[in-house]
Design a protein around this ligand. Structure first.
Ligand SMILES: *Cc1c(COP(=O)(O)O)cnc(C)c1O
Ligand SMILES: [Zn+2]
Length: 402
């Protein structure tokens, strides 16, 4: 297995045991907990200049802080996305500055590519020939793309409600598409039944230890793009919380290495129609309670995740960073996406716009101050959700004409 110098193994977040990454591939062999890549930070001598000297071409520029070296990566050039200033949005929100981390620039149009490059590199290192996962949609498309790149087969389970683009592109990449009735949880049940008799390699959220790991790079890039200034707040459209947990870990690493002094306050933005993390946060709990499938009333597929298994990690990141959680209505979310498209010209995914409407609400509540620098994660391209956005525009026009 090709690994980096500082990478020392996988730590179980529940029992604390450390495992060799060669043999432990997914959840903790002892207790089933989530495994988290660990590093010997003391052995790392990494300066801002060292990092800046790497070409800004993909997230593998940060491979000193990742488990695998660039040469081993199954990569499509993911990451290295723009950070775009939004003066009109900052004015409207009443905060100092707003930046838009535009993950729509990734190979398959969402930040899921940042996770899949890590998971698929691990799969290749472990000699896998078939990968499998259940997903709300975007991770499935991404997984099929990276499997194609690695010369592997991909099996993808997703719920009916996933978009046409995501379903179609799984097949275009040569993946095996399984569409299930119900929600992402039902897709998960079908996936688990199918995978039980196979030796397929899972690239599922927080089952592979590597998806949140390569998503750390979003915070590294953001801080570097802000000339090493740590933003006051990052607002993140939260489903399973992979990127949020990863970004918080990355921010702590930069601080540990002496590259920065602070942590950005992480905010989880959800839809009112499926907000298990926000509910747990508001009730001061350390773990969520599942949101009943029958109570899911949001059209925002990417964050319609009723039972996020890593909620203790998410809630801990919110607390440790001094952030919080916020839910807004689908109407507010889709309005925000359209307003941003019209005032800033930026294409925000429907799901992603929960970060924008959430930030507006946080600003109104005084959580974000007038001098704050706020980063909105645009987790995916607007044109992946074109149907949802266009139909909301139609409703707005209809209402205006009434
Ligand atoms: C998956 C997804 C999310 C949610 O990401 P998590 O890391 O699982 O919370 C948000 N937006 C888009 C576009 C997604 O595809
Ligand atoms: Zn364990």
């Amino acid at each position: 297995m090709q690994t980096t110098e500082a990478f020392v193994g996988l730590d179980c977040i529940d029992c604390g045991e450390r495992f060799d990454a060669e043999t432990a591939t997914h959840n903790c062999p002892d207790c089933g907990g989530i495994l988290d890549p660990a590093y010997d930070y003391d052995a790392l001598d990494l300066s801002r200049e060292d990092i800046e000297a790497e070409p800004f071409d993909s997230l593998w520029r940060y491979d000193a802080l990742l488990p695998f070296p660039r040469e081993a990566a199954v990569s499509l050039g993911e990451g290295a996305t723009p950070l775009v200033e939004c003066p009109n949005l900052a004015d409207a929100m009443g905060v100092g500055e707003v930046y838009f981390k535009d993950e729509g620039h990734n190979p398959t149009g969402t930040f899921k590519d940042r996770g899949q490059t890590g998971a698929m590199t691990a799969a290749a290192q472990h000699g896998a020939d078939t990968v499998a996962l259940n997903t709300a949609g975007n991770a499935g498309q991404s997984s099929a793309a990276y499997a194609a790149r690695a010369g592997m087969d991909a099996h993808v389970w997703l719920p009916e409600r996933a978009g046409y683009t995501q379903k179609a592109m799984v097949e275009v990449h040569g993946g095996e598409l399984h569409v299930t009735e119900g929600e992402i949880t039902d897709a998960g049940t079908a996936y688990a039944e199918a995978i039980a008799d196979e030796d397929w390699y899972s690239t599922k959220t927080f089952v592979t230890p590597y998806r949140h790991e390569t998503k750390k790079s979003m915070v590294y890039e953001t801080i570097e793009q802000l000339d090493w200034e740590v933003p006051d707040a990052v607002v993140y459209p939260t489903g399973g919380g992979v990127g949020l947990v990863g970004m918080h870990k990355g921010a702590k690493e930069f601080r540990e290495l002496g590259l920065t002094d602070e942590l950005p306050a992480m905010y989880a933005a959800q839809a009112e129609g499926c907000a298990p993390v926000v509910r747990a946060w508001e009730e001061g709990k350390e773990i969520h309670e599942a949101w009943g499938d029958e109570n899911i009333t949001t059209v925002l597929n990417g964050i319609a995740v009723p039972d996020p298994g890593a909620s203790p990690l998410i809630l801990n990141a919110l607390k440790e960073s001094g952030g919080g959680a916020v839910a807004t209505s689908d109407e507010a979310v889709l309005d925000a996406a359209i307003d941003i498209a019209q005032t800033e010209g930026l294409e925000m995914g429907a799901t992603c716009a929960a970060a924008a409407s959430g930030a507006f609400k946080l600003a109104e509540e005084g959580e974000l101050g007038e001098d704050d620098t706020v980063v909105l994660l645009n987790t995916g391209a607007g044109n992946k959700d074109v149907d949802t956005l266009r139909s909301h525009l139609g409703e707005r026009e209809f209402d205006a004409a009434e």
